[in-house]
Design a binder for this molecule. Structure first.
Ligand SMILES: [Zn+2]
Ligand SMILES: [Zn+2]
Length: 398
């Protein structure tokens, strides 16, 4: 073989010499010049040479199950396993007792339960002794047993949002109960993930809600349970958690460093952020966003959930007065808990289309565009059922 190669080498050398001699008179013909001189006519078929992905996949990156405290409180009894089964096209029994099934299966689903107090409600509902040992836990359990689940739900949610939720009942990362809920979330995804047919992503929702202003993000792992199971979700509640997106990005970076994995955050409902979702002034510091902010945001947040059941977030008639569709499905009354009413000056920093413009300005000043994102729509259903078809809608909260 070696001898053959040597012969070939000699042959090539002699051709080169001949070519060089000839080229002295006529110039060197390289590939680029040859193609320019002999332009090929465009192919008849316009798709010749196209090689980008063309197969769309449909799914939901934002679904809550009974593991989310609010969903559980409002009556969701479907956990992550049945949520994945339903998304795969199987028939399940809804929390109302009715059978439910999709007209066609989804290609992927992310069960994105709220990380704060994940798994609390199914345990309360089941009467877990540790929860009944606390007088408030006992009271809520008795209310549910007495058919006053709605009243209990409101008490539970109000106490959590006002910071008066009993500490002993809290499901914090690092506790056995919290770990169990996260492990079950992962186990459900692993059980129903079927490469090539259905992707069950592991994820959670980080629900930052400072002063009622929605800065929520869904965090989605591109990894299996062997990596996602090495951490527990990032929460909002201190001391482990934080409501500042910069701290979420730090957590994401630490996850990737620890596991060599990949993770993504997708924000949603800027329309309920009262001007804080796409800032030029950071609400946490009152200072202009800096290089650190724009670089981190561009790195971790490549998609924005532009539409979902709590309102569309692309544009607004005030921002796009000539777009007759800009008023479609808006929720623009105030922030998430309704504590502060909406004013027009907030809109520019809430909607995706104006954020794209803000991003260009920030790129000019800081070198990186933090708001260059792709757009998606999700359900944010709190029923465990990703059922958004018009003739098969399974509601959002019950
Ligand atoms: Zn949310
Ligand atoms: Zn949500």
């Amino acid at each position: 073989m070696k001898a053959l190669l040597q012969i070939a080498g000699v042959a090539v050398t002699s051709v080169t010499i001949t070519f060089t001699a000839w080229a002295q008179d006529t110039g060197v013909l390289d590939k680029e010049k040859a193609e320019a001189a002999h332009k090929r006519p465009p192919a008849y078929s316009p798709y010749v040479g196209r090689d980008y992905p063309t197969r769309p996949f449909f799914g939901d990156t934002h679904l809550h199950t009974s593991f989310s405290m609010d969903a559980g409180a409002f009556g969701a009894r479907i956990g992550p396993r049945d949520a994945y089964r339903f998304a795969r096209g199987e028939e399940v029994t809804a929390s109302s007792g009715q059978p439910a099934k999709l007209s066609r299966p989804l290609d992927f689903l992310v069960v994105a339960d709220h990380s704060d107090n994940m798994g609390f409600f199914p345990d309360l509902f089941a009467g877990k002794p540790e929860l009944l040992a606390d007088p408030t836990g006992r009271k809520w359990y008795d209310m549910i047993q007495a058919g006053k689940g709605g009243e209990a739900a409101i008490e539970i949610i109000v106490s959590f949002s006002h910071g008066t939720f009993p500490k002993d009942l809290m499901y914090f990362p690092g506790t056995r109960a919290y770990r169990g809920a996260w492990q079950e979330t992962i186990a459900a995804a692993e059980r129903y993930n079927e490469p090539g047919r259905f992707t069950a992503f592991i994820g959670f929702e980080w629900t930052s809600n400072t002063n009622g202003n929605n800065l929520h993000r869904n965090v989605i792992f591109r990894d299996n349970g062997d990596k996602a199971g090495q951490v527990e979700p990032f929460t909002v509640y201190p001391p482990m958690g934080s409501d500042n997106p910069r701290d979420l990005w730090k957590w994401m970076a630490a996850y990737e460093k620890k596991t060599d994995g990949n993770v993504l955050a997708i924000a949603h409902n800027g329309n309920l952020s009262n001007g804080t979702m796409f800032p030029i002034i950071e609400s946490f510091t009152g200072k202009p966003v800096d290089r650190g902010y724009v670089e981190q945001r561009a790195k971790w947040e490549r998609l924005y959930e532009t539409t979902q059941t709590k309102g569309t977030g692309e544009s607004h008639p005030v921002l796009s007065p000539n777009d007759e569709f800009a008023s479609f499905e808006l929720w623009d009354k105030g922030n998430l808990d309704g504590s502060v009413a909406k004013t027009k000056d907030m809109l520019e920093f809430e909607y995706a289309r104006s954020a794209l413009k803000t991003g260009l300005k920030l790129e000019r000043d800081l070198g990186t565009n933090p708001y260059r994102f792709g757009l998606i729509g999700s359900s944010d259903a709190h029923t465990g059922l990703a059922a958004m078809e018009e003739d098969n809608f399974c509601d959002v909260h019950e």
